[in-house]
Ligand binder design. Structure first.
Ligand code: PLP
Length: 349
């Protein structure tokens, strides 16, 4: 394929380029001064702690993230989970019934679902047998209407990270966006792609507070990209997509760095234990190395073992229908007690 230089203006959907974003009542008054009287947004004036609309730009939360991750506030967009971030990417850059995106199964199921929801063609190029991107095959499928390549690293459900060279090759040969979904990066010893945002204008990194940070319930996903890409997404995001309770709770949690460090460390230790124990189970045929907080393992008969585990009160993820994952089950690392129960149960099946 030909590589023309990356040009964000050629990538944005014309209707998005044209639109004037909704201006929320409070946009012009970013400093919530106690002396001000706010009678501009039809809120209930009696204080309930959350009677006011939340900050539409989440300035405090983004500043904390920017400091911790060594990026600028202009590099950040927050979403109601990374799922909202991914959806915004489709809506900003993919013209329905015309453009296409590329995904590399087996991988996170939402890329495909969102392609269907947004009526965008999903071109699938299977990972290699060792779960790495087949760069040449991917680039062969690219055409003038290809807008986004979704890479998930560490990958769900396989657990491995994509080699740096492969990701780099895609970033350098594709003039659409390359999204690196780093939902599991905090469990990995590999370096995040975040530090290379300034090198690659087409790089988008997504992260989440749903996994390592233990906040799946508050829904907070993070998108890191160039200020130009972030500005486009900002135009189309719902004004109050991150609610007040989520903003507060996320900020609180981000500052508990010791606790987070301890929990991640403990989960990684438990993962090593679980890995060794799974290898000993007599019907487990292969256990795949993992940079995430789960382990994929191939068993003799995934449907049978899945059913047996449910009967014993343990729910795992059956991935047997996914390409390259025949008879594979995915086990999330639980508490030490839960992992022990899992291993005991497996050994008695
Ligand atoms: C769990 C997961 C997410 C998280 O999505 P949220 O909407 O932020 O909870 C994103 N990407 C992958 C690959 C995941 O496995």
């Amino acid at each position: 394929m030909k590589t023309i230089p990356f040009d964000i203006n050629k990538l944005v959907r014309p209707n998005v380029a044209k639109l004037k974003p909704y201006s929320s009542a409070r946009d012009e008054f970013k400093d919530f001064d106690a002396e001000m009287v706010f009678i501009d947004a039809n809120e209930n004036p009696f204080s309930s702690d959350v009677n006011r609309y939340p900050d539409p730009q989440q300035v405090r939360l983004k500043s904390e993230l920017a400091g911790q991750k060594n990026v600028r506030v202009e590099n950040i967009l927050l979403g109601n989970g990374s799922d909202e971030v991914l959806d915004l990417l489709y809506r900003a850059f993919c013209e329905p019934a015309q453009d296409n995106i590329l995904t590399l199964p087996p991988t996170y199921g939402m890329y495909k679902v969102l392609a269907e929801v947004n009526n965008v063609e999903n071109r699938e190029i299977l990972l290699s047998k060792d779960f790495q991107p087949r760069v040449e095959e991917v680039l062969e499928k690219v055409d003038d209407h290809s807008r986004i390549i979704f890479l998930c690293s560490p990958n769900n459900p396989t657990g491995n990270s994509f080699s740096e060279g492969h990701v780099k090759a895609l970033l350098e040969s594709f003039n659409g966006l390359v999204v690196v979904d780093e939902a599991y990066i905090d469990f990995s010893d590999k370096e995040s792609w975040l530090s290379r945002l300034d090198i690659y204008p087409n790089l988008v990194v997504t992260q989440t507070l749903s996994k390592a940070y233990g906040l799946a319930g508050i829904r907070l996903g993070i998108c890191y990209a160039s200020p130009q890409i972030i500005a486009v997404l900002n135009k189309i995001k719902p004004p109050y997509n991150i609610n007040e309770l989520t903003q507060r709770r996320a900020l609180e949690r981000l500052r508990e760095t010791d606790v987070i460090f301890y929990e991640i460390h403990s989960i990684k230790e438990q993962k090593e234990e679980l890995f060794k124990s799974l290898l000993q189970v007599n019907f487990v045929e292969e256990v795949y190395p993992s940079d995430a907080n789960f382990i994929l393992a191939r068993v003799d008969d995934a449907n049978k073992r899945y059913g047996q585990l449910v009967e014993k009160g343990i729910v795992v993820r059956n991935r047997t229908t996914q390409p390259l994952c025949k008879n594979c089950l995915r086990f999330t690392v639980g508490t030490p007690g839960e992992n022990e129960k899992l291993i005991k149960t497996l050994n008695l099946l």
